[in-house]
Design a binder for this molecule. Structure first.
Ligand SMILES: Cc1ncc(COP(=O)(O)O)c(C=O)c1O
Length: 388
């Protein structure tokens, strides 16, 4: 990372915590056995490390360790959950319910299912990104096979109270998948308490390595059948075959442990940095507006700030502040240069969406960085307004 860069794009990815990297190294350099080699001690050691990591994961996120499937990241998890469930030969229901502000990792596999003949209801949201409970209940039918709703939004940071919606779905025996990619490590999660059936996440969003993630798949009570999407060895009960990566899995478990340890104190610290950033910006930029829930509400993740700069394109502001890493939407959308579907979904117009920036404050950010970010953004904004 260039020395002078201020990294405030922690919804896109986070820096791997050095303690996580330390936990991974032994499995790259010394204990490098294939965890599926049952004929020697090197294999046994790697298998034991994975078992211990799964135990820790279940301890932090709930459920039994056998209910956690290791994947390459949230995109694979959401695809396995949605395609694997809907295309299972014993799941005959053909209606899917989701929401307009979901990530492409959910919307795109659902779109693929729609092309295969599934019927899809995409729920709208209010200005805070929330779904109306009554409207949700009304969309469920006897043919609804799955509901997929995220726990935290990746652009506006809205936290979604899914528990009552899950209860409503369960009353009709409909399983619920949640994309918890932006929630894991940022808020406390217990899959048993939430009663969710399927949950997806990625380690690199919570200071772990890239290329590894989790799919929780409930095995008790309601049966969540998943048809594999990959075929090969017999690993992970054949639901997700392929040689597992002990270093990445140990790193992910360590990352989760570090997040859980000091969660409320860390969230407090990050929320204070966000408040400082907001106050600093709004003092210098008249008409600056927040997209999504109020900063002092409990329904927004601590590090998220999404702001609309009146009369200026977000892309242009970023070009004018090259020492600042922020974004104008999800990292996936930034490949397409389209206005954020999340901001349009909460009722912003296209020009308003294009004038917005997403800022994600994280573990390694400091007060000094926040103060420099205020100066950079406000100077760039003033200059652009002055010289058009
Ligand atoms: C809400 C959400 N879901 C899914 C993903 C996909 O995660 P990954 O790219 O790690 O597969 C992301 C990443 O930006 C995300 O923010």
């Amino acid at each position: 990372m260039p020395d002078e860069l201020i990294y405030l794009d922690n919804h896109s990815t986070t820096r791997c915590d050095p303690r996580v990297a330390d936990a991974m190294l032994p499995f790259l350099l010394d204990s490098y056995g294939n965890p599926h080699s049952s004929t020697h001690a090197a294999g046994h050691a790697a298998a034991a490390a994975i078992d211990e990591a799964l135990r820790q994961i279940a301890e932090h996120l709930g459920g039994a360790k056998e209910e956690w499937i290791i994947t390459s990241g949230a995109t694979e998890s959401t695809n396995l959950a949605l395609l694997g469930h809907c295309l299972h030969p014993r799941n005959r229901k053909r209606h899917i319910v989701t929401a307009v502000t979901e990530h492409p990792a959910v919307l795109d596999p659902i779109e693929m299912l729609r092309r295969e003949g599934f019927r899809v209801t995409v729920l709208g949201v209010d200005a805070n990104g929330q779904i109306d409970e009554g409207q949700f209940a009304d969309t469920l039918t006897d043919d609804t096979g799955i509901v997929s709703l995220m726990l935290a939004n990746n652009e506006i940071g809205s936290l979604h109270p899914l528990k009552p919606l899950i209860e409503i779905a369960h009353q009709r025996d409909i399983p619920v998948h949640t994309d918890a990619t932006q929630a894991v490590g940022r808020v406390a999660i217990d899959v048993a308490d939430l009663k969710v059936d399927l949950l997806s996440c990625s380690a690199h969003k919570f200071y772990g390595p890239k290329g590894v993630g989790l799919l929780y798949c409930r095995r008790q009570g309601r049966l969540t059948r998943i048809q594999p999407r990959l075929f090969g060895g017999g690993q992970q009960r054949r639901v997700r075959p392929g040689t597992m990566n002990p270093a990445a899995i140990a790193g992910m478990a360590t990352a989760l442990h570090l997040c859980t340890e000091g969660l409320s104190a860390e969230n407090q610290r990050i929320a204070t940095l966000r408040q400082r950033l907001w106050e600093g910006l709004v003092q210098r930029i008249p008409g600056l507006e927040i997209n999504g829930p109020a900063l002092d509400s409990q329904s927004r993740v601590a590090g998220n700030l999404n702001v609309m700069f009146p009369g200026v394109e977000g892309e242009a502001l970023m070009l004018a502040s090259p020492q600042l890493a922020v974004s104008s939407g999800s990292a996936c959308n930034s490949l397409d240069a389209v206005a954020s579907h999340v901001l349009l979904g909460i009722g912003r117009s296209e020009p308003q969406a294009r004038s917005s920036l997403r800022i994600g404050i994280g573990r390694f950010n400091t007060v000094d960085e926040i103060d420099r970010a205020i100066t950079m953004l406000a100077d760039a904004y003033e200059q652009m307004r002055r010289f058009g």
